[in-house]
Design a protein around this ligand. Structure first.
Ligand SMILES: [Zn+2]
Length: 73
């Protein structure tokens, strides 16, 4: 993946598309924190799902990195 998550969220904001389901966000219906780097979503459902997914992905990464030192207790 060439672009960072923050860049992705910003790009989708500028395109007026939802980062979760990729559909167009109706005028004035953007859901989010109001900051571009946190992204704008078409609905609260997409906002919740996107960040729920991110958290579980982060949890997986933490578990993997925990196994990178097999000789340590
Ligand atoms: Zn959406």
């Amino acid at each position: 993946m060439a672009i960072s998550e923050a860049t992705y969220l910003k790009t989708m904001w500028e395109r007026n598309e939802c980062p979760n389901c990729r559909s167009a966000i109706p005028e004035g219906k953007r859901v989010g924190t109001g900051r571009k780097k946190d992204g704008g979503f078409c609905s609260l459902d997409c906002y919740t799902r996107y960040y729920a997914m991110e958290l579980s992905e982060k949890a997986k990464l933490l578990k993997r990195s925990g196994r990178s030192h097999p000789n340590e207790p």
